[in-house]
Design a protein around this ligand. Structure first.
Ligand SMILES: NC(=O)c1ccc[n+]([C@@H]2O[C@H](COP(=O)([O-])OP(=O)(O)OC[C@H]3O[C@@H](n4cnc5c(N)ncnc54)[C@H](OP(=O)(O)O)[C@@H]3O)[C@@H](O)[C@H]2O)c1
Length: 221
């Protein structure tokens, strides 16, 4: 049985990763900015965009002497606006949630990772080099590119026997995030399908990949 922590678990892909891992019998810490209850999981209040919240949760694990085998940085923010209308606050929020938050989370959690742990950063096809780009997503996609570069850097600096870092660049998945940003679009992949794929990947992906940035899509070239 592995101990896995997932951020942004209140809905969408994060929730489905937690459900899938819990059904496989793993110990799952389902993290959200609010209190949540997912059957079979331990709910933890964690805002990956807030350093104090990250520190509080780190202390919780240290006090309980619990170590983590898998960390999925799933929480993400999407802003769909023409580039000329994206505000400074939008850029800051996107950077905080999609790049700086995961970076700080990994930094503070590093001491509580078990040897051989797998850190999976959830990026987007928009953040994958040379993929097709879409109008309205300049802020979002560039913040997801930062997460991709972070993953590659961490594998060089911290990767090895202690931990492995990989990034998954997801194509379109039918979730509320997608519906809010593109109400007319219908994605070919369900949240449950993607949740189950990522749950397998966090458990076993580091046996085959290290420091990799992998496109996970059937919809985007
Ligand atoms: N759906 C897609 O088509 C698609 C495509 C490519 C990549 N992705 C990525 O996949 C991940 C999951 O996306 P999803 O589609 O499941 O989206 P979602 O339903 O909107 O869930 C995203 C989660 O991120 C957290 N979050 C949102 N805004 C936040 C903020 N300002 N500060 C901190 N946390 C925040 C929320 O967690 P809590 O409320 O629980 O804290 C939320 O449950 C994201 O990283 C997203 O960028 C999705």
């Amino acid at each position: 049985m592995k101990t896995i922590l997932v951020t942004g678990s209140s809905r969408g892909i994060g929730r489905d990763i937690c459900i899938s891992l819990s059904k496989k019998g793993h110990q799952v810490y389902a993290c959200s900015r609010k209190e949540i209850n997912i059957p079979g999981c331990i709910g933890l209040v964690l805002d990956p965009g807030n350093l104090n919240s990250i520190k509080k949760v780190t202390e919780y694990f240290k006090e309980k002497k619990v170590k983590i085998d898998g960390l999925v940085n799933n929480a993400g923010l999407l802003v769909n606006k023409p580039f000329l209308e994206i505000s400074e606050i939008d850029f800051k929020n996107l950077a905080q949630v999609n790049w700086i938050g995961p970076a700080l989370l990994i930094q503070k959690f590093f001491p509580i990772l078990n040897r051989g742990a797998h850190v999976v950063n959830i990026s987007s096809m928009g953040g994958f080099q040379s993929s097709e780009k879409f109008p309205g997503l300049a802020g979002y996609s560039s913040s997801k590119s930062a997460l991709v570069a972070l993953t590659e850097c961490l594998q060089v600096e911290l990767g090895g026997r202690e931990a492995t870092f990989n990034a998954l660049c997801l194509g379109a998945v039918q979730t509320e995030m997608l519906k809010e940003a593109f109400p007319e679009y219908s994605a070919p992949t369900t949240s449950s399908q993607m949740g189950s794929y990522i749950s397998e990947f966090v458990l076993f992906g580091h046996k085959s990949f290290a420091g990799r940035v992998l496109p996970v899509t059937i919809s985007t070239p």
